[in-house]
Ligand binder design. Sequence first.
Ligand code: NAD
Length: 294
Amino acid sequence: MDIGFIGLGNMGSAIVRRLVDAGHHVVVFDTRGAAIDSVVAAGADRAASAREVADRAPTVMASLPTPQVSTQVAEAVAGGNHIQRFIDLSTAGSQAAQRNHALLAEHGIAMLDSPVSGGVHGAQAGTLAVMVSGPRAEFDASAAIFDAIGRAIFVSEKPGAAQMMKLVNNLMAAASLAATAEVMVMGVKAGLDAQVMIDVLNAGSGATHASREKFPRAVLPRTFDYGFATGLMVKDVRLYLDEAKALGLPTQLAESVAQLWEATLAAEGPNSDFTSIVKPIEAAAGVVVGTGPR
Ligand code: NAD
């Protein structure tokens, strides 16, 4: 199948490799030339712009950093000669997704907003959870693509519904990583061994994805290279708060979680790995949670 792909970052580059390995012909574009070079070396075909991707492929996918960039790219592909459907894997929030659905519909292009969960490791292994909203027939027609990258779950025909689901998922991920960071610092300050703490949490009711995957892979060894930027996590938490406030809902927990993420953004910068959330908490406590160098 001919597939276009725009946005070759941590997620996009791994997803394109899965698509190429599954036998698809993938035409790619990114604003960073080096990102294109590395997936072309893996078998993808280079395009010079997002518009060119949409001139060459009936199905165009994207994995982009922000709602603004998602909309820019939707505008660029809308004029394409060959594009029939746009599958946006970015976490862009439901308002941007609804805007993009409407914009593309004016050009006769179907959109599936399809945010993903599972991180870079899930992207590499082809085990992403893919949440999809948009026309059911388009979802069914895209089964071979979704099968190559993970497990797709149809959320609803309503534009933006999958984005709502993704924000719910990511608030849980943001909260559990923040909570795991705070309790790990507390335990180490009290004299507990970090590795023993993780072993106990994972054997008991305190286990989270953060204690099972993120701490053992990127915090205890002090590598901070899990593959998701703090700036993107903050974007997701802010989008969740915007949506919850628009619904008039209480946000007590989300506000506390957001404070910890905003503090991490200020201290560690937007490009730091999101596992760096432990660092400002460690600094305040005067301890380090790890089994390797800081
Ligand atoms: P990233 O910053 O590593 O990659 C984004 C890519 O988009 C970069 O290569 C950048 O050069 C490119 N880009 C920016 N503007 C562009 C434009 N106008 N045209 C073409 N390319 C452009 O981000 P990522 O970690 O790969 O995440 C991508 C999306 O997936 C985000 O919405 C993120 O929230 C979501 N996501 C990420 C993860 C993760 O673990 N990294 C997990 C689930 C969802």
